[in-house]
Design a protein around this ligand. Sequence first.
Ligand SMILES: Nc1nc2c(c(=O)[nH]1)N[C@@H](CN(C=O)c1ccc(C(=O)N[C@@H](CCC(=O)O)C(=O)O)cc1)CN2
Length: 286
Amino acid sequence: MTILDGKALSNKIKDEVKVEVEELIKEKHITPGLAVILVGSDAASATYVASKAKSCKNAGIYSVVHEMPDTITQEELLETIKRMNENPSLDGILVQLPLPKHIDTTTVLEAIDPLKDVDGFHPYNVGRMVSNLDSFLPATPFGVMRMFEEYGIDLVGKNACVIGSSDIVGKPMASLLINAKATVTVCNSRTKDLKAQTLASDIVIIAVGVPHLLKADMIKEGVIVIDVGINRLDTGKLTGDADFEDCKTKSSFITPVPGGVGPMTIAMLLKNTVKAAYLRETRESK
Ligand SMILES: Nc1nc2c(c(=O)[nH]1)N[C@@H](CN(C=O)c1ccc(C(=O)N[C@@H](CCC(=O)O)C(=O)O)cc1)CN2
C-alpha cells in the first residue's frame, strides 16, 4: 500500500511554479498577478485564502486579497469583478466559495473573464474541459490527475467511481477521467446501491463531506482510494470521507486527510495563475 503524499507533491509543484515565475519575469518582464475575493467571515475560507496569498508570495506571484462583508449585494460583487477583469496587472481572479446564500454563485462565476478564470469554474472553461480542449482546469481535480501522473497510475480502461457530483469536484473529476479513457460512474445521495458501485471499481474518488462514509467492506482488494473530503470533527481533528485506517488495508494507493488532495488544490491554482500570465503575454505580443 502506498500513501499518496499530496503535501510533498504540492511542495514539488510549488518549486516548479517558482522557477516558471522567475523565467516569466526575466524573459517576458511579466509578474503573474492573482486577485482573490473573500466574501463573509467563514473561518475555513479565510484560512484557505490566507494560504493562497502566502503560497503566491513564496512563488513570486503578486496577489491581492479583496475582503468583502457578507452584507454586500450581488451587484457590488459583480462591480468588483468587472474592475478586476479590466485591471491589466491581474492575470487571475477567483471568488472563494461558498458564497453567502443571497448571492447567486453561477451569476458571479460567469462574470469573471474566462481568460482570467484560474479556478476553471466559468462555463466557457467547463465546456472546453469537457471537450478535452486546452482550458483552466478546476484545481482539485487537476491536482488529483497530477497525483495519478506522478505515481505512475494508468487510468486507461480502469473502472472509476466518483462519489459526489459537485460543480467544483465531482463533475470536473468525472470529465477528466473520461478524457483519460477511464470508465466512469458518478454516484450521488440518491444512488440505490453505492456499495455495488464501489465494489466494482478500480478507483474510488469520494467528495461528499460525510466523515468515514467509505469503509473497507465497500472496496475491492488493490483499489485506489482518493479522498477529497475535509471534515472537522467535534474534537477539532480533520478527517476524510474515507475511513483511512480501514480502507488502507485493501488499497494499493490511498490519499490521507490531511496531507492528501487538499494541498494539491493550492499548488494547481498557482499553476493556473502562471498559465494565465503566459496567455496575457501571448495576447500582448500579437
Ligand atoms: N474558489 C474556490 N473555492 C473553493 C475551492 C477552490 O478550489 N476554489 N476549494 C475548496 C477550498 N480550498 C481552496 O480554496 C482548499 C481546501 C483544502 C485545502 C487544504 O490544503 N487542506 C488541508 C487541510 C487544511 C486545514 O487544516 O484545514 C489538507 O487537506 O491537508 C486547501 C484549499 C472550497 N472552496
